[in-house]
Design a protein around this ligand. Structure first.
Ligand code: NAP
Ligand code: GLV
Length: 313
C-alpha cells in the first residue's frame, strides 16, 4: 500500500520516521509539490489543495488532529479539493482528552477559588479572606459532548460542581444534565457561570460565542474557549467584559493564529491567552492510532473517527 505524508511541523522528519516504523509494509513517502504518483492513503495536517485535488485513487485521508475545519474549509473555498472516493478520518482522543481536561479544570478551579482576586490582593500585600463562590450555583456548561467535551464534563462533575452539557443529538452521561439541539440551547445557557466551548467549527457553530449567548449566562460569568477562534465574536467578548456580563475569559484559539501583536486581547488583563496548546497532537499516540486505522482499512475493516462531510465533523 502507498501512503502519502504531509505536515509542516518542525519535527516532520521524526513523524515520518515513526510512521515508517509503525507501517513497515507501506511504501511511505513525503508529498512534494508536483507528486501525482498513485497513493492509497494520505496522512496530513493542513495539506495544500494540490496535494489532494483529483486524487481519485485515495481511499482515505487521515487528519493529524481532532478538528477537520481547515481541510473542509479548503473544500468549501474550492469544491473538488477532497477526492471523491476518500473517507476523511480524524484523530479520536489520542491523548488529547486528558490534556484538554487538565487545561479546562485548571481554568475552572482558578475562577471557582478566586485565584485572580488573591493575586491582586497579594500585589497590594493584603491578607484578606474573600467570600467563596457558592458551589451549588457555580454551574459549568460544556458546549460539545464528544470525545473531549464528555471527558471534561465528567471530570468537572467529580468536583461536585453542577455540570451541563450540550450536543446536537441527545446524550446521557452520568452526573451531567444534558441538552440537545437548537430548541434546548437557551435552557442550557440559562444561568451558566462558566461556559466551556468544545464544539467543532462548522457552518452551524461559527460565531456561537456571541452577545446573545453571553446575555443568557449568569451575570459575571466566565468563558473558556478551547475549540476554534471562529466560534467567538471578538468584539462581543470585549463588550461583555466591559459591561460586567462576563468577568474573565481564557482563550486558547483565535480567528487569526498566531494572534497579531497589535490585537486588543493582548491588552485586556481579564483575558488569559495561550497559543493553541490546550491539547497537542502527541506523536506516539497519534502514529499508533493512524497506523492502526490504515492497517484496518487496508484489510477492508471499518474504523472510528470517519467525518460526516455534511455535518462538518
Ligand atoms: P467530537 O467528538 O466530534 O464532538 C463534537 C461534539 O459537538 C459532539 O457532542 C456533537 O454533537 C457536538 N456538536 C457538533 N455540532 C453541533 C451543533 N451544531 N449543535 C450542538 N452540538 C454540536 O469532537 P472532539 O474530538 O470532542 O473535538 C471538539 C473540537 O475541539 C474539535 O473539533 C477541535 O476544533 C477542538 N480541538 C481543539 C484543540 C486545541 O488544542 N485547542 C485540540 C483538539 C481539538 P453529537 O454528540 O450529537 O454529535
Ligand atoms: C487541534 O486543534 C486539533 O483539532 O486537533
Amino acid at each position: 500500500m502507498k501512503v502519502l505524508f504531509y505536515m509542516t511541523h518542525a519535527d516532520a522528519a521524526e513523524w515520518l520516521h515513526d510512521f515508517a516504523r509503525a507501517l513497515p509494509e507501506a511504501d511511505l513517502r513525503e508529498w512534494q509539490p508536483g507528486d501525482t504518483a498513485p497513493a492509497d492513503f494520505a496522512v496530513v495536517w493542513r495539506p495544500p489543495r494540490e496535494m489532494l485535488a483529483g486524487r481519485d485513487d485515495l481511499r482515505a485521508i487521515l487528519n493529524l488532529g481532532a478538528g477537520v475545519d481547515a481541510i473542509l474549509g479548503l473544500e468549501h473555498a474550492q469544491p473538488g479539493t477532497l477526492p471523491r472516493n476518500a473517507q476523511l478520518i480524524r484523530l479520536e482522543d489520542s491523548g488529547m482528552a486528558l490534556q484538554m481536561t487538565e487545561y479546562v479544570t485548571h481554568a475552572v478551579l482558578r475562577y471557582l477559588r478566586r485565584f485572580d482576586d488573591y493575586q491582586t490582593l497579594q500585589g497590594e500585600r493584603r491578607w484578606q479572606v474573600l467570600e467563596p463562590h457558592p458551589r451549588e450555583t457555580f454551574t459549568v456548561g460544556v458546549l460539545g459532548l464528544g470525545v473531549l467535551g464528555s471527558h471534561v464534563a465528567q471530570t468537572l462533575a467529580g468536583f461536585g460542581l453542577p455540570v451541563r452539557g450540550y450536543s446536537r443529538s441527545a446524550r446521557q452521561i452520568d452526573g451531567i444534565t444534558t441538552f440537545a439541539g437548537d430548541a434546548q440551547f437557551d435552557a442550557f445557557l440559562d444561568g451558566v457561570k462558566v461556559l466551556v466551548n468544545l464544539l467543532p467549527h462548522t457552518p452551524e457553530t461559527g460565531d456561537v460565542l456571541n452577545a446573545r449567548t453571553f446575555s443568557k449566562l449568569a451575570r459575571g460569568a466566565y468563558l473558556i474557549n478551547v475549540a476554534r477562534g471562529g466560534h467567538l465574536v471578538e468584539q462581543d467578548l470585549l463588550d461583555a467584559l466591559g459591561s460586567g456580563q462576563l468577568t474573565a475569559a481564557t482563550l486558547d484559539v483565535f480567528r487569526e493564529e498566531p494572534l497579531p501583536a497589535d490585537h486588543l486581547f493582548w491588552r485586556e488583563p481579564r483575558i488569559t491567552i495561550t497559543p493553541h496548546v490546550s491539547a497537542l497532537t502527541l506523536r506516539s499516540e497519534s502514529v499508533e492510532q493512524v497506523a492502526r486505522k490504515i492497517k484496518a482499512l487496508a484489510r477492508g475493516d471499518t474504523v472510528g473517527g470517519v467525518v460526516n462531510l455534511e455535518r462538518g465533523y
